[in-house]
Design a protein around this ligand. Structure first.
Ligand SMILES: Nc1ncnc2c1ncn2[C@@H]1O[C@H](COP(=O)(O)OP(=O)(O)OP(=O)(O)O)[C@@H](O)[C@H]1O
Ligand SMILES: [Mg+2]
Length: 402
């Protein structure tokens, strides 16, 4: 698949922009802070309905504006769909598919599939479990878009249940025990239901992803120890052992419900929700050790790359060649890993690359080069200042050289 048109209005540093792209490699070059990542972020948002950098929408709207607009026309196997998004600085967002408004923005999930490699990816290995949960959820949103509804329902139930737990202890001391317990019972059953759906989708994805990660890591770092990943539920090993997917929902729901009963006193005492997919993690292991805390800097980068490469493989296995976006990652990698990444991404249908320094990009990655600048008058605004085709180096043109 590829993005044919991208139009932005008041998206971060871009007051307006229109790009016509092709199934080829496009490199966006510009100095630090000129708005390159903003472009990739806008496409990532179309694919996942969230930014890879911030958890709220307000920063995406250009300062002084109320709404940011992103439109993308995606071509997949000759079929074309246009997604229009209106991202509000406050209040709810709107979406349309082929100019027809949709009831819920999440209906656009699945239209654009993309894997974004970014400097922040190191946090997948070194950061908190929330980083890894987000990684899995972004894949779930793209591969099983229907499951995104369960995640939204889960988040809502979790918020309300957590609010109740915060005040439950005090309410019970005031003698309101019966009403607290009966309300909690209702939230518990919903938490277990939606929690099971979220968990089952995640586990299914992780099961498919795991062998791909091991293989990708082995090819990037052949001399390192084998890399493995596994889903770790806060509800215990019984959940981890589940095959995941729709058939596993009932079983996981029962396990979560039983854990909630066991943990009730503790949850009331501590005032927080202690079990459910919001407490789970994706365990990353190198050899016999957890990658976090043990892996070297280079190994951590290899692992992060392996997670992204495996994501591409997973989406391809699902029948779609995703748009690959490389956000200034070559600068972060040593020569070997740069070459590996260049080699891997070579055959992709559409590759979008950003770089502050064009020399950081391996010469085999060539194509169209769009230069980004900023206007000097008034508030900083990104704009296109150059657009040229760069031919591949001679060595790659075939036999002529041999
Ligand atoms: N909501 C916003 N309104 C206006 N400008 C914004 C907004 N959010 C970010 N910016 C501007 O966007 C710029 C950063 O854009 P971006 O992250 O795309 O840069 P970049 O070209 O990727 O830089 P680097 O090479 O350092 O990664 C900053 O100058 C910032 O001031
Ligand atoms: Mg950037």
């Amino acid at each position: 698949m590829f993005v044919r048109d991208l139009t932005l209005r008041d998206y971060r540093s871009w007051p307006s922009a229109e790009f016509t792209l092709a199934p080829e490699t496009t490199i966006f070059v510009g100095r630090n802070g000129f708005g390159k990542t903003n472009l990739l972020e806008s496409l990532f948002y179309v694919a996942t309905l969230r930014s890879h950098r911030v958890s709220s929408d307000a920063p995406l709207v250009r300062s002084g504006a109320d709404v940011a607009k992103v439109s993308a026309t995606v071509e997949n196997d000759g079929r074309e769909l246009t997604v229009d998004l209106a991202i509000a600085a406050s209040g709810s967002n709107k979406a349309a598919i082929n100019t027809r408004p949709v009831r819920r923005t999440r209906e656009v999930l699945g239209i654009l599939r993309t894997v974004l490699f970014a400097p922040e990816d190191l946090a997948l290995v070194r950061g908190d479990p929330s980083e890894r949960r987000r990684f899995v959820d972004e894949l779930v949103a793209q591969i099983r878009p229907m499951a995104a509804g369960a995640k939204a329902d889960y988040d809502r139930v979790l918020r309300q249940r957590s609010a109740l737990l915060k005040t439950a202890g005090a309410a019970m001391r005031r003698g309101e025990t019966d009403s607290v317990i009966s309300t909690l019972d209702v939230w518990d059953s919903q938490l277990a239901e939606f929690g099971a759906q979220v968990t089952a989708s995640r586990i299914a994805i992780v099961r498919h992803l795991a062998p791909l990660v091991t293989a990708a890591y082995g090819s990037i770092a052949p001399h390192s120890r084998p890399a493995t990943i596994a889903y770790r539920s806060a509800a215990g090993a019984d959940v981890d052992a589940s095959p995941g997917g729709d058939d596993a929902v009932d079983e996981i729901r029962d396990i979560l419900a039983a854990r909630l009963v066991e943990l009730r006193d503790k949850e009331i005492e501590r005032g927080v929700s202690l079990v459910g997919p919001h407490r789970d993690d994706l365990e990353l292991v190198l050899g016999d050790e957890p990658a976090k805390g043990f892996a070297s800097h280079g190994e951590s980068w290899s692992f992060a790359l392996a997670l992204r490469l495996a994501s591409v493989d997973l989406l391809r296995a699902d029948g779609v060649d995703p748009v690959i976006m490389l956000d200034d990652v070559f600068a972060e990698l040593d020569v070997r890993r740069r070459e590996k990444l260049a080699e891997f991404t070579e055959g992709s249908e559409q590759l979008l690359v950003t770089a502050a320094v064009a020399d950081d990009i391996p010469t085999r990655v060539s194509g169209r080069r769009i230069s980004i600048g900023v206007s000097d008058d008034g508030p900083r605004s990104s704009l296109v200042v150059g657009d040229e085709k760069i031919s591949p180096p001679l060595e790659q043109e075939g036999e002529a050289h041999e």
